[in-house]
Every structure is written in C-alpha cells, then in structure tokens.
Design a protein around this ligand. Sequence first.
Ligand code: PGA
Length: 251
Amino acid sequence: MRKNIIAGNWKMNTTLPEGLALAKGLNEALIGKALACDVVIGVPFIHLATIAGAIDTAKIGVAAQNCADKEKGAYTGEVSAAMIASTGAKYVILGHSERRQYYHETSATLKTKVNLALANGLTPIFCIGEVLEEREKGKHFDVVDEQISNALFDLPAEEFARLVIAYEPVWAIGTGRTATADQAQEIHAHIRQTIAAKYGDDLAAETTILYGGSMNAENAKDLVAKPDVDGGLIGGASLSVGKFLPIIEAF
Ligand code: PGA
C-alpha cells in the first residue's frame, strides 16, 4: 500500500540555531511514538547537513525545498541535487507555487530538476495546484493535469513510482482558507485517475498524494480521513512542534 506522509515546509524561516532547535524538538517529541505516517521536514539548504546529523533520519526524513536544474559547474549560488543528497537529505520539494510564481519555474525546468533529483537518489515531492481564478472558472482539473503531464509524464513507470505528489491550491496556501475535505478528495481522486490513465491502476494506487494549503491541527483529521488524501505538506503549522505534532497524529 502507498505511504502516508506528513511533510513540513519551513520555507525561508528559522536561522540555523532556531531550525536546529525545532528539528531536535520534533525528534524528541516523536521518541517512543508509533506513527501511522512517515514524517518529513523541508528545511533551508544551509540547515540540511546540520539537521540531518542531529536527528534520527530513520524517523524524520529531511527535505530540501528546491534544487538546481544543472548537474554541477559554473552556476554561482545554485545547489545541486548531488549536494543535497550528500547531506543525508532524502527528499526535495520541487515546483512549489512560490517557486513557480516568484522564480518563474516552468514545467520544462521542473522536468530537469525532477530527473536530477531522481538520478541522485532523492524523492521529489512534486507540487501542483491552481490559482483562485482557475478554480473559479472550473479549470482546476485541467491545470493539474497539465502540470503533471508536462513535467512528469516522460518518466518511465519505475521512475514515476518514486515520486510523491502534493496538491496545493494556491488560494489556500498561507491564507487560512483551506480546501474542504470534499474539495481535496474530489481533485485527489481526479489526479489519481490521470496517473492511472498514463501508468495504470496499480501504479496510481501506489502513488502518495499529499494535500497542502492551510492544513492545521483542526482540519487535518477530516482531510486525511479521505481515501485519496495520503497526508499533507504543511507550511505555517510546521514551524512549531506544538502545531505540527497533532497533524502527524491525525492519522
Ligand atoms: P501553508 O503552506 O500550510 O502555510 O498554507 C503550505 C505550503 O505552501 O506548502
């Protein structure tokens, strides 16, 4: 069966000492707990090695929030997938709407990033989702289909099987306006159907699809109770153990 995952996305928050304290606090809070999901934290690049060395990475997977679209070389300021993997991180968040919007990431760039992440043994957490105007026009199904197919559908099945998908409606990110559990279920089922049409029912049934966008301790239970919602990608509420832990325990 597919994995349930609760993943934090710290975004550009926490200094290194603050981030280390947060990661260690979470690590301690999870000691001795039998969890019904995998736990991941997406931390700033400069935190990766320190945090991966300070926590039990068998219990908490460490993720980067981006990687370069080049393998190595003269690309000042960039961080490669190989560098990320060398820190002990196991995941990389790719295609987050903030990166698409503010850093102009396109499906073509993301396709390259996904390939490099996979080639370096990282699990991409690949984000998709529509903006409010697209939802209001009823275009959200087409938008996610295009985002998936343009960036991911050239992958052979055995590579696609290594991905995690995160559906994040842009209008719900950081706004406090979450999708309802029914809205999430409806589009997650659609996404799974799209994957099934390309790769077959078995692979679609094995694909973890996370929900993201103002997920918190209050709404997490309803969301993860839906059959096609396999966990969450959590921004704001992942920045404190007290808010993140109840989401992990929602399963
Ligand atoms: P949020 O962010 O939980 O703060 O809405 C989610 C995300 O951007 O991954």
